[in-house]
Ligand binder design. Structure first.
Ligand code: BES
Ligand code: MN
Ligand code: ZN
Length: 508
């Protein structure tokens, strides 16, 4: 795992394999970003930006260039990374810094020690550089022979000045925790379903909970049966790997707000008897991304000692077809007593979430947020990089979207149109698990709304698109699990802690 540190580059003792500098698009030629004075001087009378321009670099975002460093310099190589447009009055945005650090870390695979001379003079900027660096350096190596695949990057040293040292150190600490937690979620998402089962996922939460002093409780299939969790049991009954409901709790003595996070944890979604065809089932190990995000966010909030209480709920099940699987047409009695006709066993996420949401409500939290790879329709609507946020409470929905925006995760508010609710009518049960196909992401949201408690703000995040990245790596996003929504959930916890987030019922 890549480690991060902070250093002041005056010491002659500092030597690294590679020094990373940023260059932006200036008028006519690239301009060096601040933070790179030492590098500029090392190039002597020909200024570094001139050299870089001569080598054909423009400073566009994502561009990279490796140069041998001038003799006597503190690094053997210089890696120049494009920042895009030159900074405005407020400096570079956090997202630009996360991306440039991410691109640098990605191209430094196999390097033992590299230094980042980037414009990171404030806590916020340093956090962005640290986070982007850690996220860019990520590789999933659990199932590769040692020494094969992408070689790890050893250490990233973030350079700063004496005056900024305290701020930068604080920012790097936050960026490190958040980066490690996003990477924890990525590891779980990337873990194949024959390695990550409801049982092993629950055991992992227990082990990590113990490590950080978090309270963890696991309901196994016997306990789930005893307490009538019909949704989780129904989805899990076709698999030889029994379901679990995990509860992980962070509490703080100064907390004034209690949040409940609920994450869809389908360790594999075959579709069940309503089987998915080839082409749609290859990476359905990703279907526990919501649970991974909730788990990592609760651990992150605890490591950051945020003055807020959070209960994370992870309904974990494997959706498989078999002789014991639920059938299309079956009626389930959900936790809390509502009945659901299962018209399509592939609409399983909403069934496990509904049970967990009703259970979460019993503790009387101030707000509930569920996170799920819920519908292909949401992926169609918003694409691969953005998640949709739904709520029957517009104010709360917008607070969740704003939290995502502040932390740099693309999110968009989506509606819950009342007229679509009718399509979920069942002839035999209180409600059917599927309805109108058009607007399928919203129909799923309307289904969940039936299980959202009166008097407690609830929001639903559908990250079917951004949870898993299938294209070429970009910025700080690798191929595979992205850890989407971890940052948003941590930010929301922070907003609750600072009093910015004031959940209050506004719906009629
Ligand atoms: N896990 C899927 C949704 C999904 C699809 C996530 C693609 C990520 C990528 C979910 O359980 C599902 O199968 N949803 C169905 C619902 C339908 C049967 C109403 C869908 O979206 O097709
Ligand atoms: Mn499904
Ligand atoms: Zn699913």
């Amino acid at each position: 795992m890549t480690t991060l540190s902070v250093a002041i580059p005056t010491a002659a003792s500092l030597h690294v394999d590679c020094m990373v500098i940023g260059v932006a698009k200036g008028p006519g030629k690239p301009v060096l970003a601040p933070g790179t004075a030492a590098v500029g001087e090392a190039f002597g009378s020909t200024s570094a930006d001139e050299v870089i321009g001569l080598l054909g670099m423009s400073g566009a975002e994502g561009e990279t260039l490796k140069l041998p460093a001038p003799r006597g310099f503190m690094a053997d190589m210089v890696l120049v990374v494009g920042l895009g447009d030159a900074a405005g009055e407020d400096g570079y945005t956090s997202e630009a810094l996360r991306r440039v650090a991410g691109v640098a870390a990605r191209s430094l695979a196999g390097t033992e020690r590299a230094a980042l001379a980037l414009p990171a003079g404030t806590a916020e900027a340093a956090e962005a550089v640290a986070l982007g660096g850690l996220l860019g350096a990520y590789a999933f190596t659990a199932h590769r022979a040692p020494g094969t695949g992408r070689a790890p990057l050893g250490e990233l040293v973030i350079l700063t000045t004496e005056e900024a040292l305290a701020d930068v150190t604080a920012g790097v600490r936050r960026g490190t925790v958040i980066g490690q937690e996003v990477n924890r979620a990525r590891d779980l998402v990337n873990m194949p379903a024959n390695h990550l089962t409801p049982e092993t996922f629950a055991a992992t939460v227990q082990a990590v909970g113990e490590q950080y002093g978090l309270d963890v409780e696991v309901l196994d299939e016997k306990a789930l049966t005893e307490h009538s969790y019909g949704g989780i049991l129904g989805v899990g009954q076709g698999s030889v790997r029994p379901p679990r409901l995990v509860r992980i709790v962070h509490t703080h003595p100064e907390a004034r707000t209690t949040l409940a996070y609920v994450g869809k944890g389908i360790t594999y979604d075959s579709g069940g008897i309503s089987l998915k065809p080839v082409g749609f089932n290859e990476i359905m190990k990703r279907d526990m991304s919501g649970a991974a995000a909730v788990f990592a966010a609760v651990v992150g909030a605890s490591r950051l000692d945020l003055p807020v209480n959070i209960t994370g709920w992870l309904p974990l099940a494997e959706n498989m077809p078999s002789g014991s699987a639920m059938r299309p047409g079956d009626v389930l009695r959900m936790y809390g007593g509502k009945t659901v006709e299962v018209l399509n066993t592939d609409a399983e996420g909403r069934l496990v979430l509904a049970d967990a949401m009703v259970r979460a409500s019993e503790d009387g939290p101030d707000a509930i947020v569920d996170v799920a790879t819920l519908t292909a329709a949401m992926k169609m609507a918003l694409g691969h990089r953005m998640f949709g946020v739904m709520s029957d409470d517009d104010v709360f929905r917008d607070q969740v979207v704003a939290a995502a925006g502040r932390t740099g995760e693309p999110a968009w508010p989506m509606p819950l149109p009342a007229e679509l609710r009718e399509s979920l009518t069942s002839t035999v049960a209180d409600l059917a698990n599927t309805g109108e196909r058009m607007g399928g992401g919203l129909v799923a949201g309307l289904f969940l709304q039936e299980f959202a408690p009166d008097g407690i703000p609830w929001a639903h995040i559908d990250l079917a698109g951004p949870a898993f990245h299938e294209g070429a790596p970009h910025g700080y996003t690798p191929k595979g699990g992205t850890g989407a929504a971890v940052r948003t959930l941590v930010q929301l916890a922070e907003d609750a802690a600072s009093g910015t987030l004031k959940p209050s019922r506004t719906r009629g």
